[in-house]
Design a binder for this molecule. Structure first.
Ligand code: ADP
Ligand code: MG
Length: 366
């Protein structure tokens, strides 16, 4: 053990070091009894009478898991004498990384104890997920842009010849067939436009604009879009700051979110759109989620619809992911929203569970 300078009480220093470690450190014996722990890193609330000497330690640290805990890292270290690392989820705390290492006897032969260093990696996991999503979107957007470009050229041919046919034909049945070709071409072109938005690499052409003005202009459109059974409620901050952005793109974001809300409320409900100013400070939960600190405008779109299950939430931004049948959903709405928000250097957050409605928050920097 490294010796501190003689004027420092080593025992006291090691004790304090142990107690002040921000992560949880636990030492267990061969019976998996907790012989020492600093009860930090989310485990502060373990009641005093449960803390020590109650085998197995799994009953204290991950009571949700089946006991005996078959993949116990401490068991592995006692058997192998080598360190190991595991990840597991705790329903109260989040994703935890557990690094277990042996504490040998004085002869350095037998493992007397195992120390478990438990660290909350929920934020890191969230960031990793965000990064994977960004990379996936980048790949897909390159593909989408290339495909959309070529497809658009083909559509010009289809539409052009469809028009020539329609003009040349006299028999009504054949004219109708030509009209159907033109109609399909127009619908396909709209789809292509959305695909192009995913891979949009145009230089930014942003203007100073106020989201409230945009929402007030859109309100007339939103009310009939949502239908008479749904109440549209705009709660706009009168002192909302201006942002830099492209109004047509931001309109597209609001419309896509509103259409999804409508589809999630077939029997009607409420669509609440809120705007507010927000200052994101350093080392706050939002900063930890990867949002750069600074002044933002926050747009919140909330619906009282059927919400989403875990799988839908995981895949919502994937292009072509849809839970709707093919005449209703293309699965491009949310990927377009994601691309536009990223183009505005913004951030998007989602809260939704089955049966509980959906809240989507869009943070747009000033
Ligand atoms: P589409 O609407 O064409 O299906 P989107 O990309 O807009 O594609 O949405 C993908 C999926 O996400 C939808 O099919 C739906 O399952 C889910 N979703 C999006 N918004 C909501 C919402 N407000 N409420 C419930 N589910 C939603
Ligand atoms: Mg949609």
């Amino acid at each position: 053990m490294p010796e501190p300078p003689p004027n420092i009480d080593a025992k006291d220093l090691y004790y304090r070091l142990f107690s002040h470690l921000p992560d949880c450190l636990v030492v267990v014996d061969r019976q998996h009894r907790v012989v020492l722990s600093n009860w930090r890193g989310g485990f502060e609330d373990v009641p005093l009478d449960k803390r020590n000497g109650q085998p197995p330690c799994a009953a204290i640290f991950h009571p949700d898991d089946a006991i005996p805990f078959t993949t116990c890292p401490a068991t592995e270290v006692f058997l192998s004498g080598r360190p190991t690392t595991r990840e597991f989820s705790n329903s109260h705390i989040g994703t935890l990384e557990c690094r277990a290492f042996p504490i040998f006897d004085h002869a350095g032969e037998e493992v007397d104890y195992v120390a478990l260093h438990i660290c909350n990696i929920s934020d890191r996991k969230k960031l990793e997920k965000g990064l994977i999503l960004c990379q996936k979107m980048e790949t897909v957007s390159c593909m989408a842009a290339g495909l959309a470009h070529d497809f658009n050229n083909l559509l010009t041919v289809v539409g052009g010849f469809g028009q020539i046919l329609q003009n040349a034909l006299t028999e009504p049945r054949l004219r109708e067939a030509a009209a159907a070709i033109i109609d399909a071409e127009e619908r396909a072109r709209k789809l292509v436009e959305r695909l192009m938005m995913i891979g949009d690499k145009r230089p930014e052409q942003s203007e100073r604009l106020n989201l409230n003005d945009l929402l007030r202009d859109l309100e007339e459109l939103l009310i009939p879009l949502l239908g008479s059974q749904t109440k549209v409620d705009l709660q706009l901050d009168e002192h909302l700051d201006n942002i830099r952005g492209e109004s047509t793109e931001l309109e597209q974001v609001i419309l896509n979110l509103a259409i999804n809300a409508r589809d999630a409320m077939p029997e009607g409900g409420r669509l609440i759109i809120v705007t507010t100013n927000l200052q994101i400070e350093e080392h706050t939960p939002l900063h930890d989620q990867g949002i750069i600190p600074g002044p933002y405008v926050l747009l919140t779109v909330h619906d009282t619809g059927h919400g989403m299950d875990d799988l839908t939430r995981e895949r919502i931004f994937d292009p072509f992911f849809t839970t709707k049948n093919s005449d209703k959903g293309t699965g491009l709405g949310m990927s377009v929203v994601f691309s536009i928000v990223k183009r505005h250097h913004g951030h998007i957050a989602l809260q939704s569970s089955a049966g509980k409605g959906t809240t989507i928050e869009i943070f747009l920097p000033l």
